[in-house]
Design a protein around this ligand. Sequence first.
Ligand SMILES: [Zn+2]
Length: 171
Amino acid sequence: MLLQRPEARESVRQLIIGTHLSHYEPLIKEATGENHLINEAAQKLHRRALGGESEEAPASTARSAAFRQEVMRLYDYTCAACRLRIITPEGRSAVDAAHIIPYSESRDDGIGNGLALCKLHHWALDAGLVALDDRYRLLVSNAFEERGHAALLLRSLDAKPILRPRQIKSS
Ligand SMILES: [Zn+2]
């Protein structure tokens, strides 16, 4: 009857370890700890397999929609790199709300980490061909080849300041 109570079992276990197996104690502790970690990982996988991840999905969808809306509004649907602004009568835009530091790294959906960019410049940012310096100027990589209309080329944007929301409001 005593051994059916978990606390009693634990006491007996400690007593046996302490009196007969004390030199194994560190090993036992390590194994118990590892077991615990493995169980936790298995439970997480199990929850994911059962679709438990969907708990997070609506929140993250709402969050990214809010991020997109706010960035687009602040930049007035204008590419911060090349100033392209195309809007259809249905309100569709050629500009995306991009993350300056990728969300996967920064987990930052704040407006300060947001930038409105046309498809080309969003792609170039994600591909690592352009970056921003700390004074909001574009840094363009040398490691690519380009041809085309001079005004649309990527390299010509090197060291150019990007559009800031402040400038849109005052113009
Ligand atoms: Zn652009």
